[in-house]
Design a protein around this ligand. Sequence first.
Ligand code: GAL
Length: 738
Amino acid sequence: MWTKPWLIVITLAICLPSFAQHKNFIPLPVARFITGDQPAWSSMSFDDQSWKEIRTGKVWQEQGYDSYHGYAWYRIHIKIPSALRNKGFWKDSLRIFLAHVNDVDATYLNGVKIGQTGNFPDDKEGYVSKWPAVREYHVAVNSPAIHWDEENVIAIRDYDGGGSGGIFMGEPYIDMLEKTDGLTISMPADEIKYLSNGKATQPLMVSNGFNTSITGTLAYTVTDNHNDLIHRKIELQLAPYGRQSFILDLPNREGITCKYSFTEKSSGLQLQQQQTFPYILTPRVSDHPRINTAKVYGVKPGSPFLFKIAATGIKPLKYKIDQLPEGLLLDEQTGIITGQLNKKGNYATVIHVSNAIGTATQTFTIKVGDTLAFTPTMGWNSWNCWGINVSAAKVQSSAKAMLEKGLADHGWNYINVDDGWEAPARAADSSILTNSKFPDMQGLGNWLHLHGLKFGIYSSPGPLTCGGFLGSYQAEEKDARTYAGWGVDYLKYDWCSYESIVGKDTSLNAYIEPFRIMQHALRAQQRDIIYSICQYGLKDVWKWGGEVGGQSWRTTEDIEDTWESLEHIGFSQDKLQQYVSPGHWNDPDMMIVGKVGWGENLHPTRLTPDEQYTHVSLWCLLAAPLLIGCDLDKLDDFTLSLLTNDEVLAIDQDELGKQAKRISANVWVKELADGSRAVGIFNMDTTYRNITVNWKELGLNNYRQMRDVWRQQNIGPLQSSFTKQIAPHGVMLIKLIP
Ligand code: GAL
């Protein structure tokens, strides 16, 4: 990468909370584009007139290259005026910002390589996808690579290993690097202390990432819906790589916003941000026993039975079941049921969970037959945090956290390993092998089962997975047998390189076929393996996913931790309700709460707290599989509260198995088994809004009582209409009780 001594190139593979360019930035919205790969395309003098024009901030699949994966080049022509340099304060480095690139890039300025992120398949280290990394390359102003006041060519060699391709999640630009670019101001959610008096302490941290000191003024204002609660100005001097932190005392309630700025003394440059305080709505878990397990559970005849009853309350808890069918055994201390049932049928049981202060009781029907996942899967998946850097140790640490932080007591039970576990070559007998990060897959499965958790794995019907690992193409039966041997309970089966197999055959059958093959392979195993189809909604998968044995199917491309992505994916699920029923679920992708990062520098989700309430509420209304995508070991109290609200989760796990319908611009309604309705009232705006719901107009006036589901409190009897001020991108989740 360091091709010439005079060229300063720094690769910043960091995920920034926002991509802040300076006032004098020059946007790079378009490029010339071609698929394929030739070294000459990096050169300044290459004639690219015949190449097509493409937008830079959007994947190429959305711009006429639908099913293309592999190498492609962008060439951006840009005049770089010396005025840009002169306006900078430091005047020493030009920044070339490229946002994210699917999946690997090497970037050249006038033929000089200025950076690379990830490894190309032909690099000697082998293919490494780095799409989550932000590309920011810096070039010294005196580098001859920059042609000041003349035309320059930024050439980007790009390799897409599957999924989406190209520059995305932000628009590229160039500007001058400034002193404040090394500064970060943050209010880390995992350092908040929620106190029992309705208050919280939150550190505000300022840190300098550059090797030079920085002086200026830090100002922060805390407001409670427009009224200032705290206002402070502090003169600061931060040492090279130094940091300082200030503790704020805040009320733990909705609408608290902290605005902060740092003004650098010599340049006057200012960094400004604002953050909403992550207020907790979920009430504290009661000491009294409460059963949080879904009311129905499906198993196939003859399959090993493993089920852990989810219950909260002061420990120790004692579990009992009435009418437990013969063949099953309950561990009264752990609530884990094991055994085997051979005869089809419905077995109605009653669960009792007791502790020193009381007993909770709930009906629980075990349905032995062909249907699995009577309620959507609840668990954890490694992808959104670890990407292909997943390892057995990381999986086990999240599994431990699922148990120790009490998530399992609220119904979370699947631990799913996504892409990145596979060895580069199969065994001599063509069995799939694990790589060195997973030394003992069967041991991992046993460990999970011992603790009542389930074990999920990932593969592709193609020769390679999206991460470039071995897929199951032409080894489906062998792989299904291997998974069963390891004790796998869940398979995510991801289209990826099957694109190359299907080729030009666009028939429906060609798209269904690979999933049918794995369906048969799974069915041949004496084990219940949930089949999670992942092909981003191709050929209306919701219409046939159930027929090929799928318990769920992804309906869209991959989710990211931004409001745009959440809004686009979550609110586009309308019209798909009819394809949902117990055992058959639309999957709008994994959750983006907590610390995520797809394997690189985990960062707190970029969703605001209100957007996160919207996310969890919407996924539950949609009866979506709930797969947590963050590092559970680093779970903060706010995220934990989002994931452990039993009344909210019960909406997702409702045994009627309906998906919510959008009945007006802001309102989604889900029918529940007990005759009540869950209603999500969403504010899609960026400011607070009073939203009025007229129950009669919506045909919902026959209910008696309204309950605030997040706060777990009755609001009062149903009136003809209901008005509520809702936070920007926020939600009010209500239950209408008959
Ligand atoms: C994508 C999929 C992601 C993740 C990834 C693994 O296609 O949508 O959820 O599984 O592949 O490489």
